[in-house]
Design a protein around this ligand. Structure first.
Ligand SMILES: C[S@@+](CC[C@H](N)C(=O)[O-])C[C@H]1O[C@@H](n2cnc3c(N)ncnc32)[C@H](O)[C@@H]1O
Length: 218
């Protein structure tokens, strides 16, 4: 499996997978079916990231979570598996084609009843949600230029001490000044800078996968 954690070589990536919870048949099947889609399979989160997100969901005792950007459902599977019985995950995506794959694997994993999938632009879905702080965990992994607006809409809907996890904040290292290759790299660099000084959150950017930023609501 090609590492999606861009700082790792194949051997180190294989080693850490061999020394973490093994992937089960549902996870492996979803990785294989997504891989068969071709280049777009790189959008799927790294397997070690999924295992970590399940642990994080359990550690935080999350019972209400939201995901922006579902694709074929691997990260949603990871979060949903960390929820207690009765826990809920709201998933936002625009693609019926990709999320149909997701639904088959959620069924297979026996967690489909925990997931509410909303098809449509995520910003509209978010804006239509009640303002009452409801969510303990949010995972943001959709169109990169939408990230600042997603954080603004998630903030009032997140409980104090709730966590927003944001994917791809390193963009393979291209967020560094002088290494940017496109507008999305430049946008993410500016976004990272804004988050680092945002007094509403405790912020840490970790070199996991393609860069994961954790925002704890103060
Ligand atoms: C990087 S992929 C998500 C990967 C997924 N988290 C996983 O683990 O496989 C990004 C997803 O965001 C979705 N997306 C793009 N623009 C969107 C928007 N405006 N609203 C909602 N979803 C969007 C795409 O359809 C795609 O499935």
């Amino acid at each position: 499996m090609t590492p999606k954690s861009f700082l790792l070589d194949d051997d180190v990536h294989g080693y850490l997978l061999d020394h973490s919870d093994p992937l089960d048949a549902v996870q492996q099947g979803l990785i294989d079916e997504t891989e068969a889609l071709g280049g777009m399979s790189s959008m799927q989160i790294a397997p070690e990231q999924g295992t970590f997100m399940t642990m994080l969901t359990r550690l935080m005792g999350v019972s209400s979570a939201i995901e922006i950007g579902t694709f074929t459902g691997y990260s949603a599977l990871a979060i949903a598996r960390g929820l207690p019985p009765g826990g809920r995950l709201l998933c936002c995506d625009v693609s019926p084609e990709w999320t149909d794959i997701a639904k088959r694997y959620w069924d297979r994993a026996g967690i489909a009843d925990r997931i509410d999938l909303r098809l449509g632009p995520a910003l509209g879905t978010l804006q239509a949600l009640p303002l009452d702080p409801a969510y303990e965990l949010a995972f943001v992994d959709a169109d990169k230029t939408g990230y600042p607006a997603y954080v603004e809409e998630l903030y009032p809907r997140l409980r104090t001490n709730g966590l927003i996890v944001i994917d791809n904040t390193l963009r393979g290292g291209r967020v560094l000044p002088g290494r940017e290759q496109d507008d999305e790299d430049r946008m993410m660099g500016a976004f990272n800078h804004a988050l680092a000084v945002d007094q509403r959150f405790d912020t840490v950017l970790l070199p996991l996968a393609d860069g994961l930023t954790f925002l704890r609501k103060r």
